[in-house]
Design a protein around this ligand. Structure first.
Ligand SMILES: Nc1ncnc2c1ncn2[C@@H]1O[C@H](COP(=O)(O)OP(=O)(O)OP(=O)(O)O)[C@@H](O)[C@H]1O
Ligand SMILES: [Mg+2]
Length: 254
């Protein structure tokens, strides 16, 4: 469905007098792909260029080289093809949860009443309806991430880009979120590209994992994860799971 082919990106870091010295190669000839309904994780060291990759796919930025194809159509620089949940949840504190959910719909000129109706159905579906008229600062971190995710789903695009959605949560909330997200994926079969630092999280949730090198990032290894679904927490102590975890960590820290 989505193909990234030989994509490279170099930034020019601010402040350097000498342009050559201030070049910041960030992505180095990255190629990866995702099929419809697949859950694919991208793991890589901090600062290696993971969010940059999402900014390129979503059309916010453009690569220096390479192609980005959605169903064989070049989408470089084009916005609106993917739903993007950015690294910060970006809920507007002065809007209720319901009105945060409809932001994307409003931007697409959908009438407010209709947007609210659609969002309310989704809030019910996700068991969040009692928070509809609350404000973001009154919600726990996990709840806010659920709302941000719901808003991303409501954008109703073919691919969801999730940039470390659970990165700031404590371990217990995080594992609750994993079960929650896995259930949603079982039900809706979205196509998800998921950035994380967390190897266990990637193994628990994914069909496939790419490990990126440090900056400038390239693909170090690609791993298929075929544990049956629905997955239970006990797979975390499965021998095969532990073996794959070791393989991922070795690739990450090599
Ligand atoms: N617009 C920009 N201009 C210049 N440099 C940038 C820009 N955006 C990102 N960078 C730099 O590119 C590198 C990669 O950044 P990016 O945010 O993609 O990393 P990341 O892998 O998502 O990191 P993290 O795991 O910490 O979220 C960093 O060194 C960052 O400072
Ligand atoms: Mg990032």
């Amino acid at each position: 469905m989505l193909k990234i082919v030989g994509v490279s990106k170099t930034y020019i870091a601010g402040g350097g007098k000498d342009r050559e010295n201030s070049l910041l190669p960030t992505l180095n000839n990255i190629s990866l792909s995702i099929s419809k309904g697949e859950f694919v994780s991208i793991i890589g060291p901090s600062g290696c260029g993971k969010s940059t990759l999402f900014n390129l796919i979503s059309g916010l930025e453009q690569p220096d080289q390479g192609r980005i194809l959605l169903q064989d159509q070049d989408i470089i620089g084009e916005k609106g093809h993917v739903s993007y949940m950015m690294q910060k949840d970006l809920l507007l504190p002065w809007r209720t949860i319901l009105d945060n959910c409809i932001l994307g719909l409003e931007l697409r000129q959908i009438a407010k009443a209709e947007a609210r109706k659609k969002a309310m159905q989704m809030l019910q579906e996700f068991n969040l309806e009692k928070f509809a008229s609350s404000y973001p600062p009154h919600l726990s971190g996990g709840m806010r991430q659920r709302v941000a995710f719901l808003r991303t789903m409501l954008a109703d695009k073919e691919i969801l880009l999730l940039d470390e959605p659970f990165g700031a949560l404590d371990a217990l909330t995080k594992s609750e979120m994993h079960d929650w997200l896995a259930q949603i994926c079982q039900k809706y079969h979205p196509t998800v590209l998921f950035i994380t630092h967390d190897v266990e999280e990637a193994l628990f949730l994914s069909d496939r994992i790419y490990v990126l090198s440090s900056r400038p990032a390239d693909v170090k290894i690609e791993l298929k994860v075929d544990f049956p679904r629905p997955r239970q927490r006990r797979i975390l102590v499965d021998q095969q799971f532990i073996k794959m975890k070791k393989e991922l960590l070795e690739a990450l820290f090599a």
